[in-house]
Design a protein around this ligand. Structure first.
Ligand SMILES: Cc1cc2nc3c(=O)[nH]c(=O)nc-3n(C[C@H](O)[C@H](O)[C@H](O)COP(=O)(O)O)c2cc1C
Length: 199
């Protein structure tokens, strides 16, 4: 009876999850460094260890980057509230899309495509690369190029607060990323960003 109850609760928590999706723990919205200390520590890091990020850290990072902090509004502003970005999460195990409402990573492609997210060696060493993909049915590329900065800076500040390293990247092969992430005609990768433990 107890086992059946545990199974039912687990199944209902992840009703629409496929086996390969990752249901993240709830983000922790308290703690971290005070803002002025995080700003003091914000910097770009280009050398990483291959240590994995745990799921709590991943959840907190993604929420800081692009989660909802009100019913339909996010931790970042966007001009005319377009919210045109799709956050792609590239891990060793595959390519995922961050579903901020469900707090889930939905697997899109299986396999390790980290090396496709930039022209610098670190991309294949660090555990996580984010790809900020603009949905061009919601905004044009000029607007998206402004809005992306807020998401990237939230990642920088979270990393400064959590003692992680990060580097945002404009230097990547857009066609290669589009192919690896199996993007549609109306999805444009704008920037990529590596996150991991500093070496
Ligand atoms: C839009 C943008 C694109 C960037 N592209 C790259 C890049 O392709 N490769 C890289 O190593 N750093 C890249 N950077 C990081 C900058 O080189 C870095 O922010 C700058 O040198 C200042 O260092 P700091 O972030 O430690 O203050 C980029 C930064 C921005 C804002």
């Amino acid at each position: 009876m107890k086992k059946l109850l545990i199974f039912t609760v687990m199944a209902s928590l992840c009703i629409s999850c496929k086996a390969q999706d990752i249901a993240l723990p709830q983000p922790q919205k308290t703690g971290g460094k005070p803002l002025m200390e995080a700003l003091s520590d914000r910097q770009t890091t280009r050398e990483y260890s291959d240590k994995e990020l745990d799921e709590q850290t991943l959840s907190d990072l993604l929420w800081a980057a692009y989660g909802f902090n009100r019913d339909d509004k996010r931790t970042v502003p966007s001009a005319n509230n377009k919210q045109e970005f799709i956050l792609y999460v590239v891990l060793k195990s595959g390519v995922y899309v961050y579903d901020a409402k469900e707090n889930t990573l939905t697997q899109k492609v299986k396999g390790d495509f980290r090396s496709k997210t930039g022209n610098q060696g670190v991309v294949a060493v660090a555990p996580l690369n984010l790809v900020f993909v603009a949905d061009l049915t919601k905004n044009d590329i000029e607007g998206a190029t402004v809005n992306v900065g807020y998401i990237s800076q939230n990642v920088y500040l979270y990393c400064a607060s959590a003692g992680l390293g990060t580097v945002v990247r404009g230097w990547f092969d857009k066609a290669e990323v589009k192919a690896a992430l199996q993007l549609s005609e109306t999805e444009a990768p704008v920037l990529t960003q590596t996150v991991g433990y500093k070496k």
